[in-house]
Design a protein. Structure first.
Length: 306
């Protein structure tokens, strides 16, 4: 069905997520060992969830034929916090949460300022994945076009871009989303690790190692020489994930078909969708919203030549 966006605590919350977000804020108690995978939608959430789950659970599950990622989707193994809290029976949710094996790994698209205090006050860690807005926009455009449940539904691509640039998209504005986590990663580098989809694509092994160090579970020399990093990277690779039966069939709760989580997994596919006018529009928005902020200093910014 169609959904609306509510402007709530300075972000646009999809109506379908609203109850879950409120319940999460009021009831979630973070544990120090928790890991939160945070992202703006269509930025590589599914991938980072899979990597994180396999990194922190590598003693429980070796990357063999029995790994849970081969039989369960990473959104099932790493549930979204607001999704867990969707619905009324809070006690039931809390007991489910307290029974998850530690370290628990969760996903969220909620902006940093709206995370629960318990997340901010505990020693839990946050991994943030950021993606070039050009590719993230095309990814959501194609995704919500297929699922017919998103905020971009029934718009032309130009109209959708207009809204995207204005920030009126689920969990947007995208700029505030990035900046919120970015600032936090600078202020408290042991708490928030800011990752970029493009860098992960370039050198996944490096970032698998980096994430493990950040989560205080670095790879031992023995693991290094046994190729554990490489096997985690392979297990979570786009090519491997896309063809798994568990990712090809079935739907998630909100009727989103699992197979649409794996489209191309490339950098720069936006050129196949953007007219020169659209390119100028998004470039301008990026410069205006991020260009003069500290986000530029450590060049996260995705320079585009028109
Ligand atoms: P494309 O639509 O450009 O292909 P999210 O998981 O946040 O919804 O992001 C979805 C995007 O991540 C999609 O981008 C999807 O193909 C890509 N993706 C999913 N799994 C991936 C993986 N294992 N490696 C690289 N990219 C992946």
């Amino acid at each position: 069905g169609s959904r609306h966006l509510y402007l709530f605590q300075h972000f646009w919350c999809p109506s379908t997520h609203f109850q879950g977000v409120i319940n999460f804020q009021n009831h979630f108690k973070a544990k120090d060992s928790d890991v939160i995978v945070a992202s703006f939608p269509k930025s590589g959430t599914t991938w980072l969830k899979a990597l994180t789950f396999s990194i922190v659970n590598r003693k429980r599950f070796s990357c063999s034929d029995n790994h849970p990622l081969l039989t369960s989707n990473s959104h099932e193994l790493v549930p979204f916090l607001d999704f867990i809290f969707h619905g009324d029976n809070i006690q039931h949710k809390l007991s489910y949460l307290s029974n998850i094996t530690e370290p628990r790994v969760f996903g969220t698209h909620i902006q940093f300022p709206s995370l629960s205090n318990s997340i901010k006050e505990s020693n839990c860690k946050i991994l943030y994945i950021c993606r070039n807005p050009f590719d993230a926009f095309v990814s959501s455009w194609t995704f919500f076009n297929k699922t017919k449940s998103g905020s971009l539904h029934e718009l032309t691509i130009e109209e959708a871009l207009e809204k995207y640039c204005k920030g009126i998209v689920g969990f947007g504005p995208t700029w505030e989303h990035m900046l919120g986590y970015w600032k936090e990663s600078i202020a408290t580098p042991n708490k928030v690790l800011f990752l970029k989809y493009e860098e992960l694509k370039e050198d996944a092994n490096f970032y698998v190692r980096r994430v493990a160090e950040f989560l205080d579970c670095p790879f031992t020399e023995e693991e290094e020489s046994n190729g554990v990093i490489e096997s985690i990277r392979n297990l979570c690779s786009f090519e491997k994930m896309k063809i798994l039966e568990v990712n090809k069939s079935g739907t998630f709760d909100r009727n989103i078909e699992k197979k649409y989580l794996f489209r191309k997994g490339e950098i720069g596919d936006w050129v196949n969708y953007f007219s020169p006018a659209m390119t100028e529009k998004l470039s301008k928005a990026i410069e205006e919203k991020l260009g003069y902020k500290e986000i530029l200093i450590n060049p996260i910014i995705y320079v585009v030549s028109v």
